[in-house]
Design a protein. Sequence first.
Length: 365
Amino acid sequence: MPSFSFTRAQVALSTFAMISLVSNLVYASPTESPPLRRATICNGSPDLCSRGFGNVTFVGAHDSYAVGTNNIFATQDYNITQQLNDGIRMLQMQAHNSSGVIHLCHTSCSLLDGGTLQAYLTTVKAWLDANPNEVLSLLIVNSDTLPPSSYDTVFKAVGLDTMSYSPPSSSLLESNWPTLGSLIDSGTRLITFMDSNANFNSVPYIIDEFTNIWETAYDVTTSFDCNVNRSNANTPTATSMYLINHFLDTLVLGQPAPDPSQANQTNAVTGSNSLGEQFSLCTGQQGRNPNFMLVDFYEYGGGSVFEVAATANGVTYSPATPIATPGGTGSTSPSATSSSLNLSFSRWSSVWVVIGSIAFGAFYI
Ligand SMILES: *[C@@H]1O[C@H](CO)[C@@H](O)[C@H](O)[C@H]1NC(C)=O
Ligand SMILES: *[C@@H]1O[C@H](CO)[C@@H](O)[C@H](O)[C@H]1NC(C)=O
Ligand SMILES: *[C@@H]1O[C@H](CO)[C@@H](O)[C@H](O)[C@H]1NC(C)=O
Ligand SMILES: *[C@@H]1O[C@H](CO)[C@@H](O)[C@H](O)[C@H]1NC(C)=O
Ligand SMILES: *[C@@H]1O[C@H](CO)[C@@H](O)[C@H](O)[C@H]1NC(C)=O
Ligand SMILES: *[C@@H]1O[C@H](CO)[C@@H](O)[C@H](O)[C@H]1NC(C)=O
C-alpha cells in the first residue's frame, strides 16, 4: 500500500482551498434562487409546466388494480404500468383491511383481490422514478376507514412519502394548487387523496378528497350528468376541483356491474353518452373543465379518453407509443385473483358471483 504524508501547511492550504471552493459554490450568488432543476416538459408538454395542478384535466383509471378478463368485478384490462405508460394520471383504488394488511379489492377481497397496497405502490414508485417529469395522483377509497398512519407506514416502506406533496392546509381551492413545474422541480410529484378518515395533522400528504374535490354520480347505468353528487357540505363547489365518474355500468341481477361491451362508445370523443359529451356538458354547466375523468377499460376507444384530455388542456394529442389494444392481456397475465371463488368462465355468465356478492351484503362498484 502506498502511503502519503503531508506537511501541516499543505493540509491547511488544501483545506482552505476546499472551503473556498465549496463556499463559492454555495454562496456565489445569494440573491438567486436555489439551484433547482427547472422542468421544461411537464406531463408530456412544455405548455403544462406553468399550469396549476388544479387547472389541468387528467384521465383516471377507476378501480385501477381491478385487472382481469374473467371476472365480473374487473374494471380494467391492463396493469398499472401499462395504464401509466398509456397516459392514465390518476389511479383510483379501493383499499381494504385483509387480515391486518392493506389489500386493493373490489367490493370484497373474496371477490376480487388485486394484491397488497405495498406491491402496488412499489410499481407506482418504479414508474415515477423512470418518468421524472410526470405528476401523478392517487385516489384511495378507504373502505375500512383505516387510520392514515396505516397508509403512511406503507408509503414509507416503498419510499413514496418523500415523493408526496403536502399542501399548506387541509383544503385548497382549484386556483391555489402549485404548478406542475414546481411539483416536478421539488420532487413531490405524487398527490394522494383519500375519501374518508384523512387527517392533515397526522399525515399531511394523505389529502382529504371531499374538501378538495367534489364528484358527479357514480354507478351510472343510463346517462351521465354534471350535478354535484358527493362533496363536503362546507366545500365551495364553484371554486374547488371536480371529478367526473365516466364509467357506464350495466345492471346484472339489479346490481351495477362494469360493462366493456359499451366501452368504445362510453370512452369516445363524440356521440351519445361519450366522454366528450359529458365533458362538454360539465364544462358548460360548471364554467370550467373537469379536473379528473375516471374511466373503465381506458384503452377502449383507442386513446379517445386521452384525446379528450389533451383537447381540454389545449395540447396536441400525440402518444409516444401506440396505446394498448382493446381487450387486453388480463387473461394471460392476471394480476387479480380470487381467493374463494374461481372466476374462470366468461364475465357475463358469472352471474353467480353477483349472487354471492349480494349475499355478502356490501355490493360496492
Ligand atoms: C404489465 O403489462 C405489460 C403488457 O401490457 C407487460 O409487458 C408487463 O410485463 C406487465 N407488468 C407486470 C409487472 O406484470
Ligand atoms: C384489520 O383487521 C385485523 C384483523 O383481520 C384487525 O385485528 C385490525 O384491528 C384491523 N385494523 C383496523 C385498523 O381496523
Ligand atoms: C347521487 O347520485 C345518485 C344516482 O344518480 C342519486 O341516487 C343520489 O341521490 C345522488 N346524491 C346526491 C347527494 O345528489
Ligand atoms: C371496440 O373497438 C375496437 C376497434 O377500435 C374493436 O376491435 C372492438 O371489437 C370494439 N369492441 C366492442 C365491444 O365494440
Ligand atoms: C384552466 O384554465 C382555463 C382558462 O381559464 C379554463 O378554460 C379551464 O377550464 C381550466 N381547466 C381546469 C381543469 O380548471
Ligand atoms: C382457477 O382457474 C385457473 C384458471 O383460470 C386455474 O389455473 C386454477 O387452478 C383454478 N383454481 C381453482 C381453485 O380451481
